[in-house]
Design a protein around this ligand. Structure first.
Ligand SMILES: *Cc1c(COP(=O)(O)O)cnc(C)c1O
Length: 409
């Protein structure tokens, strides 16, 4: 293990981290900072030191920490009704679903909680559609997925990951998935057979390091899947809801998939809320009793989700992401050759490949932590930047200046 470049820890933080190490399963390797408060784009640690949050909980905090409008919706609902189960109707689900369907230009919403559940739901819907509507022989449905994908952590999903640390030793893996290279529409076309129910891709691959496919890819995938009677499922859990300067990453090519998988920012940074959104012709295959979730569609989550959708419907956050993203891209381009080997930017979202001569992604993240900026490394040499969409351009500039200093050292 390399020496730490993070600031020396105070006693209170050390105690918390030690406690965690003793009692929490070691499934994460967090940066050594203990956060106790958050407001907008800033968080405060237990010692009162402030940090600019450039990760935003992997885009779950698109509206920042404690957005007043989202908090107000949550507080109001918290005092009225929080959970009914779907055994009964509640007075929030319909309004939320209607608003979200409109935002997606679709008919129907199937509410779940986490992103992985939305992906699992999409897989079940695609298979049921394949058998009941397309007429695929029983048990033969297959789904085309991309190399380098990240769709979550369930046993089925990790089975079609090609990341050894996500997959190894968690088999046996569910069959029914076919891999193709990401960004290659011809490979999808060649992989389609009469048993193909769906193509499942991220319109931009987040965990892979903000990998943006070639222009025209999404359009080609739409054209091919329509022609071949195959569902196009877009996992927009990280790329959607304003992050890339449009409501969805698919909007960049004016493409509407058959199913949107949404999560992360849908819960307003307050609670887990995910959804599958599509037309009745597809989502209508699911009958009562075939799928569900105790917490899915709960009134508290729906009240929060409705407020999030209302905020997105104004277009304000998408415009901010687009404008700030242009600025971010311009600045990051100037880092090329100065400790940075490649940058990929889509809206207010960037993957920055760090020159190994400067250090690993983790080392850069630790040095930025010492300077009051929170980012997270991915795949060794890459830093992912996904600030809250409410960040000010002066704050973004300050953070990028800290990065410039770290890279120059
Ligand atoms: C985060 C993520 C998921 C999984 O979401 P969880 O809420 O962590 O289960 C799935 N797909 C993509 C693209 C993601 O970024």
């Amino acid at each position: 293990m390399s020496t730490s470049h993070a600031p020396a820890l105070d006693e209170a933080s050390s105690r918390v981290i030690l406690d965690e190490a003793q009692h929490v399963a070691h499934n994460y390797h967090p940066l050594p900072v203990v956060i106790s408060r958050g407001e907008g784009s800033w968080v405060t640690d237990v010692q009162g030191k402030r940090y600019l949050d450039l990760l935003a909980a992997y885009s779950a905090l698109n509206f920042g920490h404690g957005h007043p409008a989202i908090l107000a919706a949550a507080r109001e609902q918290l005092d009225r009704l929080t959970l009914t189960s779907r055994a009964y109707h509640n007075d929030q689900l319909g309004a939320f679903a209607g608003a979200l369907a409109t935002l997606c230009r679709k008919d129907v919403v199937l509410p779940m909680n986490t992103g992985a559940e939305a992906v699992e739901t999409g897989i079940k819907v695609a298979r049921a559609w394949g058998y009941r509507t397309k007429g695929i022989p029983d048990g033969q449905a297959s789904i085309i997925v991309a190399d380098g994908n990240f769709h979550g952590r369930t046993t089925t999903i990790v089975g079609f990951s090609d990341d050894p640390s996500a997959r190894d030793d968690f088999g046996p893996y569910a069959p029914g998935f076919v891999h193709v290279p990401y960004g290659d529409a011809a490979a999808i076309e060649a992989a389609i057979t009469p048993h193909t129910a769906a193509v499942l891709i991220e319109p931009i691959q987040g965990e892979a390091g903000v990998v943006v496919p070639p222009t025209g890819y999404l359009r080609a995938v739409r054209e091919i899947t329509t022609r071949e009677n195959v569902l196009f499922i877009a996992d927009e859990i990280q790329s959607g809801l304003g992050r890339v300067g449009t409501t969805f990453a698919c909007d960049r090519e004016e493409v509407v998939p058959d199913l949107y998988l949404l999560g992360k920012a849908l819960g307003g940074g307050i609670l887990p809320l995910s959804a599958v959104v599509g037309d009745r012709a597809v989502l209508g295959v699911i009958q009562p009793g075939e799928h569900g979730s105790t917490f899915g569609g709960n009134p508290l989550a729906c009240a929060v989700g409705l407020r999030v959708v209302e905020m997105l419907a104004t277009g304000e956050f998408q415009r901010r992401a687009a404008a700030l993203g242009e600025h971010l891209e311009e600045k990051l381009q100037s880092f090329l050759g100065n400790g940075v080997t490649a940058v990929r930017v889509a809206g207010l979202w960037a993957g920055i490949d760090i020159d190994p001569a400067v250090g690993t992604g983790r080392e850069v993240a630790e040095k930025l932590l010492a300077r009051g900026v929170l980012v997270k490394d991915t795949h060794g040499q890459t830093i992912r930047v996904a600030p809250p969409l409410v960040i000010r351009s002066t704050e973004l500039d300050w953070a990028l200046e800290q990065l410039r200093v770290v890279l120059a050292a």
